[in-house]
Design a protein around this ligand. Structure first.
Ligand code: HEC
Length: 187
């Protein structure tokens, strides 16, 4: 029995030493422009899915998918999410290649998780990724509005689609009025 306990103890120390070695010897690449390995993807995504599935509140979206709410959701999405998750005119988003793990492009593949999980993830964010926690920036009602928007992303009413269209560049300011004759500039 004594030998067995000693064996377990030595194994644990050896594992801890290996872990320390891997961390200290530069074996882990922390750069954000790498693609995650398939092992990392499978383990981390599985853990993330299970976290969202078990921790998301068992709630229905209190915000009905009316045109008004979808337009508000589209505006919130445009302002806060589109740079990363993309737009119809630019599905990759500005930061498509800038994250590890990569950013899901919602206009290539609509978010398919239940609404309570999309609410939970948007509210809490996902640590070790680029996904921020929006609980300090948006109210719960605003988060539900973005969630309603995401659920309906493939069937948005024209008014909400219009919010996401590229806007015309603002007209240049009018040229300054000519200075009246005889007027001097103050220096
Ligand atoms: C700075 C970049 C960035 C911004 C801004 C951002 N996200 Fe994300 N988001 C990410 C990344 C990266 C992931 C992927 C995380 C992962 O793979 O675990 C993600 C994942 C998600 C997911 C999970 C999708 C899935 O299918 O796994 C949801 C839902 C989401 N974001 C919603 C939003 C909403 C809503 C907003 C705006 C309020 C937003 N995000 C803003 C980077 C961003």
């Amino acid at each position: 029995m004594k030998g067995f306990i000693l064996g377990v103890f030595v194994t644990l120390i050896a594992l801890a030493a290996c872990g320390w070695f891997v961390l200290k010897q530069n074996y882990i690449d922390f750069s954000a422009d790498q693609r995650p390995s398939s092992l990392e993807r499978r383990l981390a995504m599985g853990a993330m899915d299970s976290w969202a599935e078990h921790r998301a509140p068992d709630a229905k979206n209190p915000v009905p998918a009316t045109e008004e709410n979808l337009v508000t959701g589209a505006k919130l999405y445009l302002e806060h999410c589109a740079g990363c998750h993309g737009l119809p005119s630019n599905p990759s988003g500005q930061f498509a290649k800038s994250f590890n793990p990569p950013v899901p492009n919602f206009f290539r593949k609509a978010p398919d998780m239940p609404e309570n999980q999309n609410f939970f993830i948007t509210r809490q964010g996902i640590r070790w990724t680029g996904m921020p926690a929006w609980s300090h920036i948006l109210s719960d009602t605003q988060i539900w509005q973005v969630v309603a928007f995401m659920t309906n992303i493939e069937k948005l009413p024209p008014a909400a689609q219009k919010v996401l269209e590229p806007q015309e560049a603002a007209a240049p300011p009018p040229p300054p009025a000519p200075m009246p004759k005889g007027m001097k500039m103050d220096h």
